[in-house]
Design a protein around this ligand. Structure first.
Ligand code: ADP
Ligand code: MG
Length: 341
């Protein structure tokens, strides 16, 4: 999906068989892959996203290591069908162990790319056994898809199970919103007086009852006071539930510079804050999108880029706790709060 977004797609459809373990197919309407590139695309460290060494420090794409497709070809059967704009036809290519098998074959198609991954870990028995049940793997895919669907409200996302007609999840841009091609470098701040754009996908995924209780944090640009004069600016956007909402299951969605990431210390701090407002055993919905100076964020600490490190983490976490505290205080002044002491 990150590759699809990097390719400027406005529509991303995911089709899963047995929770993606038997087949996982991602279809997008992005700029496609040039037939000449199909030969090398699954070799390790092959990327179209870095032109110069210095680009590494100012990345605006998700990808940059050229490892995803290559590694998939070593643990599953991968085929790619793709068509660039203006091309007469699409091409289909199959890969094993980093290599193209045979030649790409011309075929009918539409602009964009379809990546099909079949028989996950067919050749690595130990890893295959470690997979969870299809239902659990499906739930994991659902979770990832929902995060991206919320963060990219201008993109249509759909998730379907093989053999079922109706999608399990379907989001699409709100009628009034523009359909400008999204890019990781294009944040979507809500315009004055307009509904927050991310409410639309949240409503489509979780329903109106949750959407009604969400508030954006006050738009904040925080200057951190530090002894060096390279003080980072950071911007918070998102939607968090107010003090009248509580759910059995917590939803905690965090994007930093448009990457979906985990940050355990931040989650812990916000959980502690909500615990003072919500009844016991109940949880909030938190979606936060932080934009930090890309030079202060290291997306490389985790192989799946899941966990990021950033400079001034503690100061940023305290600032965020303050932001959410403001939301909670303002959310319902007439209500009697239950406060743990
Ligand atoms: P990276 O994203 O780090 O470059 P990947 O292995 O994920 O590495 O992809 C390798 C290359 O394949 C990308 O740089 C891009 O040129 C191309 N590619 C992959 N998926 C798509 C897609 N959905 N649409 C267009 N190009 C793609
Ligand atoms: Mg990639």
């Amino acid at each position: 999906m990150e590759n699809s977004l990097d390719a400027g797609s406005t529509s991303i459809s995911v089709l899963l068989q047995d929770g993606g373990t038997k087949a996982l197919q991602i279809t997008d309407n992005g700029h496609g892959i040039h037939p000449d590139d199909l030969k090398i695309i699954c070799e390790r460290f092959t990327t179209s996203k870095l032109a110069a060494y210095d680009d590494l420090f100012t990345l605006t794409t998700f990808g940059f290591r050229g490892e995803a497709l290559a590694s998939i070809t070593h643990i599953a059967r991968l085929s790619i069908t793709t068509m660039t704009p203006g091309s007469q036809c699409a091409y289909r290519a199959m890969y094993r162990d980093g290599k193209l098998v045979g030649d790409p074959k011309p075929c009918a198609g539409v602009q964009g790319t379809q990546i099909l991954v079949e028989d996950l870990f067919y050749n690595v028995l130990a890893r295959r056994r470690a997979l969870k049940s299809p239902a659990e793997e499906f739930a994991r895919c659902w979770d990832v898809l929902s995060r991206y669907a919320i963060h990219y409200p201008k993109v249509t996302f759909s998730l379907r199970k093989q053999g079922e007609m109706a999608p399990v999840m379907l989001t699409h841009p709100a009628p009034a919103s523009t359909t400008a091609a999204p890019s990781p470098a294009d944040p979507t701040p809500p315009a004055e007086g307009e509904e927050h754009p991310c409410l639309n996908p949240i409503r489509l995924i979780y329903g109106e009852a949750l959407a009604r209780e969400l508030r954006p944090p006050p738009a904040w640009s925080v200057i951190l006071v530090h002894h060096d004069h390279h003080e980072p600016d950071f911007v918070v956007d998102g939607l968090v539930s107010n003090a009248s909402y509580s759910a059995k299951k917590e939803v905690f969605i965090l994007f930093i510079n448009h990457r979906s990431v985990e940050c355990a210390p931040l989650k812990k701090a916000l959980d502690a804050l909500y615990a003072t407002y919500l009844p016991k055993q109940s949880h909030p919905f938190v979606y936060l999108s932080l934009t930090l100076d890309s030079r202060t964020v290291d997306p490389n600490v985790h192989p799946a880029k899941l966990e990021v490190r950033f400079l001034h983490q503690d100061a940023i976490i305290s600032a965020l706790v303050e932001v959410v505290t403001d939301v909670l205080r303002a959310s319902d002044t007439s209500r009697t709060f239950y406060v743990q002491t």
